[in-house]
Design a protein around this ligand. Structure first.
Ligand code: 13P
Length: 250
């Protein structure tokens, strides 16, 4: 039985005050033996504070991206080993904002996935189609291409340590959520595709849904057989909103 993972991607939001209040609130509102696992993805400057507050607790944390190189002359960049050093368990790779705004190609994303594993981090691979691609009936082709780039580089066995997040671009930050059935259909497509490579790994893999998840729609999404949790943006920025999603896990 896979345990639901409720993950909060804070994107470029936060302050010292906000991080303290939010993490204190999440620690108070969740339990180590709780019904779901929880993870947060703070901006890099707050990882140290997150490490201090969350150290020894049941709440995990991770970075929002990483550079594919292990070290060197890459001003402004952060390596996987640095994230590991800061106590990160996870790292997001291929978030649609990284792909769209910072030009990360499928191959760049695959290289970051590989670098994450080499640093003993669990990559959270984000995939998903734009509205235009959905309207053209290309959803499965896009997700397939995004997954293949990673599988071709690292092989299916690497997915033992990974999490996948299906985040349709049209649902991110728009208030428009994929219907539970729309999300389930793509999640099932992803799992079936991976099952063809390795039944056991695909069966155990957590596939999160992301895109306007909130307390009011989380229960119905998490009830779908192939949805194993959520990657939450806006509603992960206050303890009240994020705990409403955690508490929707039955
Ligand atoms: P929203 O929950 O704000 O739509 O963001 C989703 C997301 O991009 C999480 O990575």
């Amino acid at each position: 039985m896979r345990k639901i993972l409720v993950a909060g991607n804070w994107k470029m939001h936060g302050s010292i005050t906000m991080v303290r209040e939010l993490l204190d609130g999440l620690l108070a509102g969740t339990a180590a033996d709780g019904k779901a696992d929880m993870a947060v993805f703070p901006p890099f400057p707050y990882l140290s504070l997150a490490q201090t507050i969350l150290s020894g607790s049941h709440i995990r944390f991770g970075g929002q991206t990483l550079n594919p190189h292990s070290q060197g002359a890459h001003t402004g960049e952060t390596s996987g080993s640095m994230l590991k050093d800061m106590g990160c368990r996870y790292v997001l790779v291929g978030h649609s904002e990284r792909r769209a705004i910072y030009g990360e190609s499928d191959n760049d994303v695959a290289a970051r996935f590989k670098a994450a594993l080499e640093s003993k981090l669990h990559p959270v691979l984000c995939v998903g189609e734009t509205l235009e691609e959905r309207e053209q009936g290309k959803t499965e082709a896009v997700v397939n291409r995004q997954l293949d780039a990673v599988i071709d580089l690292v092989g299916m066995d690497a997915f033992r340590k990974a999490v996948i997040a299906y985040e349709p671009v049209w649902a991110i930050g728009t208030g428009v959520t994929a219907s539970p059935q729309q999300a389930q259909d793509v999640h099932a497509f992803i799992r079936d595709k991976l099952r063809q490579q390795d039944d056991i790994i695909a069966g155990r893999l957590r596939i999160l849904y992301g895109g306007s998840v909130k307390g009011s729609n989380a229960a119905e999404l998490f009830a779908q057989s192939d949805i194993d949790g959520g990657l939450v943006g806006g509603a992960s920025l206050t303890a009240e909103d994020f705990l409403a999603i955690y508490n929707a896990v039955t």
